[in-house]
Write a protein that binds this ligand. Structure first.
Ligand SMILES: [Zn+2]
Ligand SMILES: [Zn+2]
Length: 266
């Protein structure tokens, strides 16, 4: 079983799952390594909602579970940062201030709106919004790139009116290739996030064509995550993920401890 490098707990605003429930489910499922990557999205634009938590308490909770379950599973402390161009300085300070094992950088916004809310797409075509999303991703990586893996690169297609019905990598290849080249230059892994499969897109995020393109451009490092907010979806579709990675030309997947990459044969 592959390490699940993207899971959430009640430290994330959008989850109410106790950490220990996730750990017990992972042990039961035979997952050798899990990494908690709860959400920090500074300056989240929706009124009265924040995606922030006390990292000191987070570390204490993870350390206690790590000790309690040390003979059964490796538990890692990560974080998923919501990228925005102006947050570079704050995020640099954050990642330097705590002993994270792993940091995911994720684009969660487009035009300072959360695409989770359908009004983000009002008066615009899916294609216009998708293009804007990829452009902002590129801009945000230029502003801050001290993270280990790029989360769910084409996350936006989960939320369009027609989702992935008319979505093709080649319509955005000019921008996506620039993103992939930057990731390779900055030594950042690409994440294969199986929530796309779970949410019935028919593929993980990003689309296998993008994983293949990253490999063609020289990328070798892929992390795998279920993006579970509940115990039942831990390790979701990881067999399929391994097959997709092999089809795309990868021989290994990667997990991180103390922000160092460890390669495991697929
Ligand atoms: Zn995310
Ligand atoms: Zn997530």
């Amino acid at each position: 079983m592959i390490a699940d490098m993207h899971i959430h707990s009640l430290f994330s605003t959008d989850s109410d799952t106790p950490m220990e429930s996730m750990v017990q489910a992972a042990v039961k499922a035979g997952i050798p390594t899990i990494c908690f990557t709860d959400h920090i999205d500074y300056d989240y634009p929706v009124k009265d909602i924040t995606f922030e938590f006390d990292i000191g308490r987070y570390k204490e909770a993870i350390d206690a579970l790590k000790e309690k379950y040390k003979s059964k599973i490796l538990i890692l402390m990560g974080v998923e940062l919501g990228l925005q161009e102006h947050l570079g300085g704050r995020y640099r300070k954050l990642v330097e201030g705590y002993p994270f094992d792993f940091i995911i950088g994720s684009q969660h916004l487009v035009g300072n709106k959360d695409p989770y809310y359908p009004e983000t797409f009002e008066g615009r075509t899916d294609m216009e919004i998708y293009r804007e999303f990829f452009k902002e991703t590129l801009r945000d990586i230029k502003a801050f790139h001290d993270f280990d893996s790029m989360g769910h690169l084409d996350y936006i297609v989960r939320y369009g009116r027609k989702k992935a019905a008319d979505y093709r990598y080649r319509d955005y290849a000019d921008i996506i290739d620039e993103i992939l080249k930057l990731l390779i230059r900055y030594n950042i892994s690409l994440e294969l996030n199986t929530a796309g499969i779970r949410k019935q897109l028919g593929f993980p995020n990003p689309h296998p064509e993008i994983l293949k393109r990253y490999r063609e451009l020289g990328g070798t490092c892929v992390t795998v995550g279920s993006d579970s907010h509940k115990p039942h979806s831990l390790g979701y579709a990881f067999d399929e993920a391994a097959d997709i990675l092999k089809d795309c030309g990868f021989t290994h997947y990667v997990y991180y401890v103390q922000r160092k990459a460890h390669f495991v044969k697929l």
